[in-house]
Ligand binder design. Structure first.
Ligand SMILES: *Cc1c(COP(=O)(O)O)cnc(C)c1O
Length: 384
């Protein structure tokens, strides 16, 4: 691409109203201020509302001294960056999940773009849900596996594809999210596990980015809720969403962990997260199982919003705290989002190519510090 091409491409994005720019937001607790307008943030991934909890931060700060406040690891973990905090957090995760081992990554993006290329070769077939996250798609592209995308949550098509292909490959890997980021619906993990178990060469990779912290009695995700943690070969989640930190994990067999440490490029060739961040994650994790009331409240307000949208005639596939208001045409969606923003709700439109043509939507991403009264006010605006 020449610079001229780049310039043309930007013009085209602007003409098609798909141009992206960074919003100059000011954060004040649950609110954001944009161009002087104060709005309740309905677009955050802070699902448990923990990022605004000053008392948590105060308490954590008391545990620190200038000696233990370590803002950098200065190195990859394989060189000199392997502080004891990492091992402690990995042990903590393995114990909580009841798995052989755990491994921490710098982000969910690092995890998904690193694990798949490491574990695949040309004799691998990846079967990925049509709606998996961009980081998984990039991981698939970076791998040497063949890939087929199956229709969203279509287990019978997946079954057919496995039946047709399992003899032609050494290894098949099913790749899915547990809660999906655009529709807020859920994969049928028990069905996927049953399917994989009927073949000797199928493994299962599940990304719980939107479910970790939010689902399950201990907050470990849909796999905990469905009691199938140890049936999932690659169980991945992020710390940047519900638990208000940064980074990501996999819980898995010891064998896989060892292999990733040796082969995973986005683990090996990057400076490990700052130990202070690992300490914060660990500290938050210790408190996670006690937050059942927040999980319950989040589900309750989400359900209320979904019921209202459905009653108004919107098709709402959500079963989670991600609740789309599917409007259809991009322009109508933008107008509705702007109206909600004028009235104090920071809701954002999502358009193609992020979602299929004709399904532009406002994506409500709810958090546990939103009150039922605020949801009622939002519902009133939706019904206007
Ligand atoms: C957010 C997200 C990621 C990326 O995680 P980061 O830690 O933000 O890099 C990966 N997968 C899914 C499904 C996500 O929603």
């Amino acid at each position: 691409m020449t610079l001229e091409h780049i310039n043309q491409e930007l013009q085209t994005l602007k003409e098609k109203k798909n141009y992206r720019s960074l919003p100059p937001l000011i954060h004040e607790g649950r609110d954001v201020l944009l161009n002087g307008q104060r709005m309740l943030n309905l677009s955050s991934n802070d699902y448990l509302g923990l990022s605004n909890d000053i008392s948590l931060r105060k308490e954590f700060l008391k545990t620190l001294t200038p000696e233990t406040f370590l803002p950098t690891s200065s190195s990859s973990r394989l060189l000199t960056g392997n502080f004891s905090d990492y091992q402690k957090l990995e042990q903590q995760l393995a114990t909580m999940f009841g798995t052989e081992s755990a491994l921490i990554f710098n982000s969910g993006y690092h995890a998904n773009t690193g694990i798949l290329p490491a574990i695949c070769n040309t004799h691998t077939l990846i079967l990925a849900d049509k709606l998996v996250h961009a980081s998984l798609i990039d991981g698939i592209k970076l791998s040497s596996a063949k890939c087929i995308r199956y229709r969203h949550n279509d287990i019978s098509q997946l079954q057919r594809l496995i039946a047709e292909n399992h003899n032609a490959y050494e290894q098949l890997i099913i790749v899915t999210e547990s809660i999906f980021s655009m529709d807020g619906d859920e994969a049928d993990l028990p069905a996927l596990i049953q399917l994989k178990k009927s073949y000797s060469n199928v493994l299962l990779y599940v990304d719980e980015a939107h479910a970790f912290g939010v689902r399950g009695k201990k907050g470990l995700g849909c796999a905990e809720e469905q009691d199938c943690i140890n049936d999932i070969d690659f169980l991945v989640g992020t710390f940047g969403k519900a638990i208000a930190s940064a980074g990501a994990y996999i819980v898995c067999r010891q064998l896989i962990r060892e292999y990733l440490i040796n082969k995973m490029r986005t683990f090996i060739f990057t400076t490990a997260l700052p130990p202070i961040n690992i300490q914060w994650t660990s500290w938050m994790l210790e408190r996670l199982s006690a937050l059942q009331h927040k999980r319950a409240h989040l589900l309750q307000i989400s359900e209320k919003l979904k019921v209202a949208l459905t009653a108004k005639g919107y098709n709402c596939p959500s079963v989670s705290h991600i609740v789309p208001m599917i409007i259809g045409a991009s322009e109508d969606t933008i107008l509705k989002a702007e109206e909600l923003q004028r009235k104090g709700f920071y809701a954002l439109p999502v358009r193609p190519p992020t979602v299929p043509d004709g399904t532009s939507r406002i994506r409500f991403s709810l958090t546990a510090d939103i009150t039922e009264h605020e949801i009622d006010q939002l519902i009133k605006l939706i019904n206007e």
